[in-house]
Design a protein around this ligand. Structure first.
Ligand SMILES: [Fe+2]
Ligand SMILES: [Fe+2]
Length: 340
């Protein structure tokens, strides 16, 4: 139906009015004609015209009803409707505009006026459509750029994680595995996507503060001295300082700062207690101790996953968040969770 010219639907029950409008518009537009409300709705459904000239007073379904129905359907709601009617009272006009009509022409009308108004509203419709297309293109570009930036952020985060792991080859991959487990726990506990993303980044970088600790301590075999442990205990704060100024929608610096805090206040650096520790950090702690205990460390052999799970169970509610512990146990014991 649609060729080059815009398609205008004339809806009127009066043949004389229809003839007059056809004579006025036929040179510039393709025309459709409907002689009552139901036929108009059928026509719009079938051909989706560019504009509708709609008589108000028609037997059966009047123009207001036709307009209301068109505006209630997504596909037809943006087709401009111009009411044409003999009624000229303000009340009628108000009702027409309230229903979503774009204009109002009063009979008897001047043919040039009808033509000019139709053309104006078709131009406006075209501009609206172009603007909407432009918006879609812009939204796509924003999405592409956001995806690019996220990839870049991931690469930078990986590089930062590697910086500490290069100095401490015994814990290479530790942060990545902790992030993997912490995200799985968070998911099981029903945390939001935002919280899970925060935990992922915090997990991958949680030990970045160890960059300040001499390699000799990180890689030394045998039991560590108290002074050496004191040295290691600064890493959450160093990590926080390194990360705190990175603009991010997620509080991952704060999560890193609290990843060695324990429910009973015996953790570090601030000896926070249960209700002062972020839920994300509590989850990260459970993932961290589980991974760390199950893996080899220079100062002790790998204790194994069974030992690690026994430990978190034993300290469930005392040192470690009970929900995070339960989720972690379920992951290993029922869901067959494996570190990558
Ligand atoms: Fe740590
Ligand atoms: Fe760790």
């Amino acid at each position: 139906m649609k060729t080059g010219k815009p398609l205008v639907l004339i809806v009127d029950d009066n043949p004389t009015n229809i003839d007059l409008l056809v004579n006025t518009l036929e040179d510039d537009f393709q025309l459709g004609i409907a002689i009552n409300g139901p036929k108009a709705l059928d026509y719009v459904e079938k051909y989706l015209p560019d504009l509708i000239l709609l008589d108000i007073m028609m037997p059966g379904m009047d123009g207001y009803e036709v307009c209301t129905r068109l505006k209630s359907v997504t596909r037809t709601k943006d087709v401009p409707v111009i009411f044409i009617t003999a009624m000229s009272e303000v009340g009628d006009k108000t009702q027409g505009f309230e229903l979503g009509a774009v204009d109002y022409i009063t009979k008897p009308f001047h043919t040039m006026e009808v033509k000019a108004r139709v053309q104006t509203h078709l131009s406006l419709k075209k501009m609206r459509e172009e603007l909407s297309d432009q918006n879609v293109i812009l939204e796509q570009r924003v999405e592409e750029k956001t995806a690019e930036l996220q990839e870049m952020l991931k690469a930078i985060v990986r590089a930062m994680a590697m910086m500490v792991e290069v100095r401490d080859p015994y814990t290479a991959g530790h942060q990545h595995r902790v992030a993997q487990l912490a995200c799985a726990i968070a998911k099981k506990m029903g945390l939001s996507n935002d919280q899970i993303n925060a935990i992922r980044f915090a997990g991958i970088l949680h030990d970045i503060g160890k960059i300040r600790i001499p390699t000799s301590i990180l890689t030394r075999s045998g039991k560590l001295l108290d002074a050496e442990f004191d040295m290691i205990r600064i890493h959450p704060e160093v990590g926080y300082d390194l990360l705190k100024n990175i603009p991010s929608p997620w509080p991952f610096a704060q999560i890193v700062l609290q990843h060695h805090e324990l429910l009973d206040g015996s953790g570090y650096p601030k000896h926070l207690t249960s209700d002062q520790i972020m839920q994300e950090s509590k989850i990260l702690t459970v993932a961290d101790v589980t991974e760390a205990q199950s893996s080899y460390r220079p100062y002790r052999p790998a204790l194994g996953i069974d030992f690690a799970l026994e430990d978190i169970q034993k300290n469930r509610g005392k040192l470690y968040d009970p929900d995070a512990v339960d989720a972690c146990l379920e992951l290993f014991q029922q869901d067959n969770f494996k570190f990558e």
